[in-house]
Structure formats: structure tokens, C-alpha cells
Design a binder for this molecule. Sequence first.
Ligand SMILES: [Fe+2]
Ligand SMILES: [Fe+2]
Length: 271
Amino acid sequence: MQNEPSSSQSSGQARKLITLASTAWLIASGTMLATLSPGLAAHLSLDLALVIALGIAVPMALRKPKPTAGDEGLELALHLARAAERHEGRSGKHHQRIGFIARAVANRMGLSDERCTEIGQAAMLHDVGKIWVDQDVIRKPGRLTEEEREEMSRHVEHGAALLQESSNPIVRLGGLIARTHHERWDGTGYPAGLMGESIPLEGRIVAACDVLDALTSDRPYRPAMSLEQALDVIELGRGSRFDPKVVDALQACRTLLSETYVESTTRRISV
Ligand SMILES: [Fe+2]
Ligand SMILES: [Fe+2]
């Protein structure tokens, strides 16, 4: 899949365009002022007007734009997602792979490029709440007790509570995904037991991507499955655990995933 420009790249391009337009406007204003104002003409030459205009516009063009509060919020949330993965004893690539696959699936489902990028970024935040799970529980190699499983399952509420009040819409979408990525199509998931399309689409997408990534990753109790084997397991959950349309989209990404997924486990992924 081709990398689409991110929303921050788009806003950077928009800022450049605004700066260029401002520069042109200031030059034109300076020129008109010097050309059309008889009163000032005696005191202000055309050259001087241009110097004044450029003196204002060039520093504006060269000044590095400050990140907005929203951008900082997303950056901080992504740092927390990485920290949560380290806390779990993982490499830090799981959340990136989920972002990559979720974006590809959203693309296959016909969502706009902008929405696919947002889903890819927000999907990376899905497990951020694991940072609150006790390390003895989250790193336990064997079977969890009922109490430990309950503590683990609360990561969805911790993540949602952290992200859903953000001023950044992508972080808020991350909160929605955090809350719903363990719901199941047949209503047997958690935390709310939502069913079918009452589960937000973004949560349904990440649910399937998350399981695919878990199956293709080594676990203390089993080696990683191949992509083909993992997709076969996903197929078994069609209509029960997973939204059939999401499964269709994931299967349609098979070639793309086989070409890029293995490589993506060893490098940073641009989502
Ligand atoms: Fe999770
Ligand atoms: Fe996950």
C-alpha cells in the first residue's frame, strides 16, 4: 500500500501555502503602497516598500511552525503506546503493525484516504491502557487466574478513560478503539458485550487486526503462525467473533500483507 500523506503533513503543506500567499500579499501591498500613495511616494520608494514587505514576510516563511496542542496530544499518546508495549515486554512494534494493517483494511473497505490515515494512527493507541496492568500479570507466561484475567481486561477502560477526553480527534478515536477492540460480532466480547454493527467500525477493524498480529507473533506457549495459517483462523471467526465485511477486507489484503507484513516486523512503519 502506498503511504498517504499524514494529517500533520497536510497541515504542514497548508501552512506553507498560507505563508506563500502571505508573502505574495505583503509584496503586492508594499508595491501598491509605494506606487499608488502620492503622499507616501515622496518618503517611501518602491524599493523600500519591497524591503519592508520582505522584512516581514521572509521571517514568517522561515519560522518553524509551533505544533498545536492537538499534535502534541497525539505525539504524547503514541509515546504512551510505546511505553505500554515495553511494560508488557514486547518489542514496541505491535502497535505499529496494528496501525499498518488497520489502515490497509479500512482502505479495502472503501473509506476515504483521510479516514484510513486517521484509523491507522488511532489504532496504534488501542492497548495504551495496558500501562496500568500489573507487570507480574501482563508478563506472566502461563495461564492467568480469573482475577488476573479481569485485571488484564480492564486495559480497555483504562485506555478509553485516558484518551477519550483529548482535544485531538484522532486521540479520541483511539479512545473509542481502546474501548471496543475486544468486543465480538456475536456479542460475547467485553467490556460491554456489544453486538454486530453496534460495535463501532473502527473497533471491529482493530479486533481482527489485533488477533491476526497475536497469531503471527511468538508466545511463550507457542511459536508464531504463518500469515496464511493466521488468516485461516480469522476466517473461522467470520460472523461469530469478527465482522464478515472486515474479514473480507483482511483477506483481500492477503497479498499486500504477505509482501510487507514480515518486513514490517523488523522496521518502523509509517502509518
Ligand atoms: Fe487489547
Ligand atoms: Fe493489541
